[in-house]
Design a protein around this ligand. Structure first.
Ligand code: KG4
Ligand code: ZN
Length: 337
């Protein structure tokens, strides 16, 4: 019997140190250490992120191997996030993966973080879920990126659109900051929007051609609403919080879904999919499903644990890249873009 293909995936591009083990393409462990040092700074502080990765990486990898019941000597390959991301953060994962691959004498696989967010749809963990059928359109929405990608095969993807200014996650996080909420603000906007009127504060929907996105107009308008309200009434933000959160959230969802609808029609796809941290947003998930239902499309969104940054998606991408013979040398360096 052939020995199993065992891939260790390591993620360190931003503020999550994560590792996972896949055995023959099936997930055996998925460990994430989040960094709460950034909360009071209103965003990720690159220097603090690098230090936290340095602290977490050994215990996180040990935990992933331990939970999978896999001895490091049995590993077939090590996959790591090569980019995009923060350079200091990427360097920690890259150096660690290079050293471990060298010590074990096994191949190294460099993974593109955004491609991995898309391959998260194919993570198999024992819970049966339908997977998107090729070709499909993927909305990749995270703290750093907003992309529409036509996915023809596991490793055959074409970017059809992106943001011309802020990413969707940034729009959530910056809006939250204006409301005095800590970083990351996206989940807090989501939670506080419950029961709010999403049409109470109308924010301008940008007119950007093609499949591109823009969020800076929404950000500026939202800032204006909050500043004006607070200037005439100190209790404005706390009283209006649900309506403000719901309105901001709805504007971002409107921008995203308009472009999904338009682009999916142009491509003639029957399956639409969404991944990345912002796809954890409850309003976006619900309206994404509703859009697909109206258009007769199949919608796919991975479970929450695979939407935000994780090691499983890096291991999954590593699995397909390894299968295709796409490994990198021990001199691999990170790329920030
Ligand atoms: O994919 P991810 O974990 O990291 C990056 O690659 O950036 O995405 C993080 C982003 C943050 O901006 C965070 O606020 C946002 O995802 N996010 C959410 C929600 N959960 C995470 N935004 C809105 N609603 C949520 N429930
Ligand atoms: Zn990400």
């Amino acid at each position: 019997m052939a020995s199993p293909v065992i891939v260790l995936g390591i993620e360190s591009s931003c503020d999550e140190t994560a590792a996972a083990v896949l055995v023959d393409g099936v997930l055996r462990s998925n460990v994430v250490a989040s960094q709460d040092v950034h909360a009071r700074w209103g965003g990720v502080v690159p220097e603090l992120a690098s230090r936290a990765h340095q602290e977490h990486i050994v215990p996180v990898v040990e935990a992933a191997l331990g939970q999978a019941g896999v001895d490091r000597a049995a590993l077939t390959a090590i996959a790591f996030t090569q980019g995009p991301g923060l350079i200091g953060a990427l360097l920690v994962g890259t150096c660690f993966a290079r050293s471990m691959a060298q010590a074990l004498g096994i191949p190294l696989v460099g993974v593109d973080h955004m491609q991995a967010h898309i391959l998260a749809h194919f993570i198999r963990d024992g819970n049966d879920r339908p997977v998107p059928r090729f070709p499909f359109l993927n909305l990749t929405v995270s703290g750093g990126h907003t992309l529409l990608v036509l996915v023809r095969d596991y490793l055959d993807m074409e970017i059809l659109g992106g943001t011309v200014d802020d990413a969707a996650g940034e729009a959530f996080d910056k809006g939250a900051k204006v409301l005095g909420l800590p970083y990351p603000g996206g989940p807090l906007i989501d939670r506080n929007a419950v029961g709010g009127d999403p049409r109470k504060y109308r924010l301008p929907i940008p007119q950007i051609p093609g499949s591109d996105f823009s969020f800076s107009g929404i950000k500026t308008a939202f800032n204006g609403v909050v500043q004006r309200g607070a200037a005439s009434d100190p209790g404005f933000v706390s009283r209006e919080l649900p309506h403000l959160c719901a309105s901001l959230q709805q504007s971002i969802v409107d921008v995203l879904l308009r472009k999904v609808q338009k682009t999916a029609k142009q491509c003639g796809v029957e399956h639409i999919a969404m991944s990345g941290g912002v796809s954890a947003n409850s309003a976006l998930r619900m309206q994404f499903d509703a859009l697909a239902h109206r258009e007769g499309w199949q919608a796919h969104v991975p479970p929450l644990a695979y939407c935000t940054d994780n090691g499983a998606m890096i291991a999954m991408a590593g699995h397909y890249l390894l299968e295709a013979g796409r490994t990198v040398g021990l001199d691999a360096v990170p790329h920030t873009r």
